[in-house]
Design a protein around this ligand. Structure first.
Ligand SMILES: Cc1cc2nc3c(=O)[nH]c(=O)nc-3n(C[C@H](O)[C@H](O)[C@H](O)COP(=O)(O)OP(=O)(O)OC[C@H]3O[C@@H](n4cnc5c(N)ncnc54)[C@H](O)[C@@H]3O)c2cc1C
Length: 388
């Protein structure tokens, strides 16, 4: 066993931390207030080669490890976890899919995305199909050398800014998950409209819905084979859920570091707050738990680099990380007294942002269902169980 990051990973962490301190953290509350996605930052991150780093070199990527992907996501999330979700977590999902596309998809869509010139959205959820994603209604019907798409995708990160949408649609409605395919849909095509949301947090990532009415795309824009879409999406979730978990842990850890300092400086009853166990013990408890979950995240990413399945570990961390991070940030806010409740400190924003992670990429409940399936087997899933 070796719990050290390699020298390369340490250098990467150092580079991303410096970038985060200069380019992300100072603007965290500004982008939230303006509710704007900073395209210029996406471009800078692309130029640094940090987007979709696991894409194979022969397909235009860096061939980096998943552990390195975790290091980048965690470091960026220390400064802006909301931006990290759109660039590195959605970025991971879209990179995995686009990498499996044909040459035309890789040239037209993967290359500009890796360079930070374009922004993709991952469109699985629908108004009537979230947790039960296979119940999706969006249809793609083959018409000569084209597909015609009709339907609505909702709750989508960066939808208002996205240049392309990776849309999951039914090509064979009777075939369940095996009837779902994935398509690249440029968002400027005729028949597409979008609508933004007024979210409580993650306001800079312009979440919204996309409506498709008789949208025609070339058959080449199908990713992989018909019917493979759902399996490809689920495979990508096995890593993105771990990245999202690191994304939740990072702002909680920063909040705990800040709160430790604050309580060492601020006095009450003639002594520093930190000398009261009622103040220091919650900090100790949160750091202990989050450090354990963080290690589990990196174990999962390491396992994926070794070609092992991470479905169970991804489900485990995905329910724990946002829940425990939310608890930690909430306590940090209270330990700052009334100052913590103001927008002068980033704590209230981090709290709003981290709650989103409990829902995105599948809720805590569905994450536990995944772990249950891995532990007890498919027959014991609530929706599979039949009285015998
Ligand atoms: C910030 C944010 C970003 C997002 N980004 C994207 C994106 O980029 N792309 C995308 O496709 N989607 C995205 N989503 C949508 C997200 O994936 C869905 O919201 C999520 O999967 C839950 O679906 P739902 O909202 O329809 O809730 P529902 O499925 O209606 O569930 C409602 C509640 O019931 C619970 N529940 C449902 N079924 C069960 C069950 N069997 N057992 C126990 N509890 C259950 C759920 O856990 C939840 O608490 C995003 C959401 C958020 C908040």
């Amino acid at each position: 066993m070796d719990f050290e990051f390699s020298d390369e990973e340490k250098a990467l962490a150092d580079m991303v931390r410096k970038f985060t301190e200069k380019e992300l953290a100072p603007f965290y509350s500004k982008w939230d207030r303006e509710e704007k996605f900073p395209r210029h930052i996406n471009k800078k991150i692309g130029e640094l080669g940090l987007i979709g780093i696991t894409v194979a070199p022969e397909k235009g990527g860096m061939g980096g490890s998943h552990v390195a992907e975790g290091v980048i996501t965690e470091e960026a999330s220390r400064g802006d976890c909301s931006l990290a979700m759109s660039i590195f977590v959605v970025g991971h999902l879209c990179a995995v899919l686009l990498e499996q596309g044909n040459e035309r998809i890789r040239t037209e869509f993967l290359e500009p995305f890796l360079g930070g010139d374009t922004l993709p959205a991952f469109c699985m959820t629908e108004p009537e199909a979230g947790t039960d994603a296979v119940a999706m209604r969006t249809r793609a019907i083959k018409n000569g050398s084209s597909y015609i798409l009709n339907g609505e995708k909702s709750g989508i990160t960066v939808m208002m800014d996205a240049d392309i949408a990776l849309v999951f649609a039914k090509t064979d409605p009777g075939a369940g998950a095996r009837g779902v395919s994935c398509f690249v849909v440029p968002t400027d095509l005729p028949g597409i409209t979008r609508q933004s949301y007024a979210d409580m947090g993650c306001k800079g990532i312009t979440r919204g819905s996309i409506f498709m009415e008789d949208v025609e795309i070339p058959e080449d824009y199908l990713i992989g084979q018909e019917g493979m879409g759902f399996a490809m999406g689920m495979q990508a979730f096995d890593v993105s859920r771990i990245l999202l978990s690191l994304e939740a842990i990072a702002p909680a850890m920063v909040s705990l570091e800040e709160t430790k300092e604050y309580t060492m400086q601020r006095n009450a009853f003639g002594r520093p707050l930190a000398t009261f166990e009622g103040v220091s013990f919650p900090i100790v408890e949160h750091i202990s738990i989050l450090e354990a979950v963080r290690l589990l995240c990196y174990k999962g990413l390491w396992m994926r680099d070794q070609g092992m399945s991470t479905t169970k570990i991804a489900g485990m961390v995905k329910w724990m990380a946002p829940r425990f991070s939310t608890n930690a940030i909430r306590d940090c806010l209270v330990l700052h007294g009334h100052y913590g409740y103001t927008q002068e400190f980033p704590l209230e924003q981090r709290l709003r942002d981290v709650i989103a992670i409990e829902i995105a990429d599948g809720t805590s409940q569905v994450s536990k269902l995944v772990v249950q399936r891995e532990l007890f087997g498919r027959d014991f899933l609530p929706y599979n169980y039949r009285n015998r």
